[in-house]
Write a protein that binds this ligand. Sequence first.
Ligand SMILES: [Zn+2]
Length: 159
Amino acid sequence: MPSNGGRTKAPSRIETANGRSEARSCPQCASKRIGTTKAPYTFRYGAGREAAEITVAVDVRKCQACGLQFLDDAAEDVKHEAICRHLGVMTPREIRALRRSLRLSRQEFAKLTRLGEATLGRWERGALVQNAANDTLLFLLKFPDNLKRLAQRQRRARA
Ligand SMILES: [Zn+2]
């Protein structure tokens, strides 16, 4: 079973495209000889009757020097995406793609939707899952008409 081996020292990290980081050296011995294999990983999500077991394929890192196996943020991203799919809401990747397709900065998007900019950032980084109502708002913004209506409404409110 992959684990972080009770890490005592933060591994050195490389930034990924979406601003998360991945381990580049072993958290146990600091060796930079890290191999990667895909392996199924099952985790529980939710509680009580809502609880579900979700299985994803994650990149398991293995230190070639000391043999420690561990998961890093890349695995967290995969898990988060699976949770979004399980809940039927947009994934961080989809939210970023939506905002970029509208050619809006986070600040502009937040202003238009009246969402918090920090909250939007958390959704886009996969630090937080948007609730169903906010997910519905995001979904509707995929349609350019709706974006126009929102912008009109704001212009009117300012006039
Ligand atoms: Zn090691």
